[in-house]
Design a protein around this ligand. Structure first.
Ligand SMILES: C[C@@](CO)(OP(=O)(O)O)[C@H](O)COP(=O)(O)OP(=O)(O)OC[C@H]1O[C@@H](n2ccc(N)nc2=O)[C@H](O)[C@@H]1O
Ligand SMILES: Nc1ncnc2c1ncn2[C@@H]1O[C@H](COP(=O)(O)OP(=O)(O)O)[C@@H](O)[C@H]1O
Length: 296
């Protein structure tokens, strides 16, 4: 619909769910942060961020299925507000206007929703205000907001190392589909890292690309999410979700993302993932969040 002349112009940016196809914990820094080796991709599932520039003091409105959960927390703690302020704090005048976050992704769930929102804020505010912030500065602001924010800023398949700040090109990925399932229990990232007691893994050795989803999942099967065992121990529903995804027709790999609790299944195509997602919605007796569609 065309914008009416007296309506404020709004701008939007999608904050897509981050998926760790594998996640090796390779070491620990003296400050307690863990060194990681992870192949990260993004799914079609996304929060939507809208910015309406105006002269009114900066505000954040939370909508969408998971908006109410976040509304219980202080607005100043929201990664959207923190990202907007950090990006614009060196400017002459404080940022004003209305930000609206449609929260479609479950909170504290291993798919980096908050990190994706922070990254989307940096991209959106920089674009709308034509700040022209150099990429290195955006990445450095992203790092200050959280280990997962740099990867979400790029929002493309990428190899993530260090604590999340070292980004290298990913192998060429085949088109494929994904089912995401969250059991509804929030999982604390620090608690999962703390509960991990296995030896450190090495970096994965990957080809330059995979010709098919099957070739990719054959390799991924040999790798792991090292946070999955401690997460299953702290949140037993994760094992039930993993079994349910693994039993879906056409599922090539089921695994947990990040520190959980969201798990994913990989499929040959977005269509086969959508069919499997519909089946799971009909079968499951629980109040699980289920999303199915393409890997971007
Ligand atoms: C585990 C991962 C994998 O992609 O994903 P999520 O489960 O959050 O989606 C990320 O590394 C999470 O990144 P993010 O959620 O931004 O972490 P931060 O806010 O920076 O850190 C939260 C806490 O997690 C632990 N942490 C985080 C990252 C890291 N490389 N080592 C850590 O030990 C630390 O205890 C830290 O205090
Ligand atoms: N916009 C946001 N969306 C989600 N969580 C946020 C947001 N802003 C701040 N947070 C805080 O960040 C924590 C981690 O959220 P999230 O990024 O969804 O988890 P994860 O990193 O496990 O995927 C939440 O528990 C919440 O307190």
């Amino acid at each position: 619909m065309p914008q009416q002349p007296d309506e404020p112009v709004s701008h939007t940016e999608a904050a897509h769910a981050k998926i760790n196809l594998y996640l090796h914990v390779t070491g620990k820094r003296p400050d307690g942060y863990h060194l990681l080796d992870s192949l990260v991709v993004f799914a079609g599932a996304a929060d939507q961020l809208t910015y309406v520039p105006s002269a009114t003091p900066l505000s954040l409105e939370l909508t969408g299925p998971f908006g109410r959960k976040l509304a219980a927390e202080a607005t100043d703690d929201n990664l959207v507000i923190r990202a907007a302020r950090l990006l614009t704090e060196s400017g002459d005048t404080p940022l004003t206007g209305r930000l609206v976050l449609e929260k479609n992704l479950p909170v504290a769930s291993g798919i980096g929703g908050g990190s994706a929102d922070a990254a989307a804020t940096l991209r959106l505010v920089d674009r709308v205000l034509a700040l022209g912030t150099p990429e290195q500065r955006l990445l450095s602001i992203a790092e200050q907001l959280g280990a997962d924010v740099p990867v979400c800023l790029v929002q493309k398949p990428i190899l993530m190392r260090g604590i999340g700040e070292q980004l290298d090109p990913a192998p060429t990925l085949p088109a494929c589909g994904i089912v995401l399932v969250n059991c509804g229990e929030a999982v604390s990232t620090p608690a999962i890292f703390k509960a991990r007691n296995a030896a450190f893994s090495g970096d994965a050795i990957l080809p330059t690309g995979w010709p098919s989803a099957t070739a990719m999942t054959d390799d991924l099967q040999r790798l792991s999410n090292d946070l999955e065992p401690p997460a299953c121990a702290l949140c037993p529903s994760i094992s039930i979700v993993l079994d349910a995804i693994g039993a879906l027709p056409g599922c090539l790999l089921s695994r947990m993302s990040g520190s959980g609790a969201t798990c994913f299944g990989l499929f040959d195509t977005a269509e086969s993932a959508e069919a499997a997602g519909s089946l799971l919605r009909q079968e499951q007796q629980n109040d699980w969040w289920i999303w199915a569609g393409p890997v971007l």
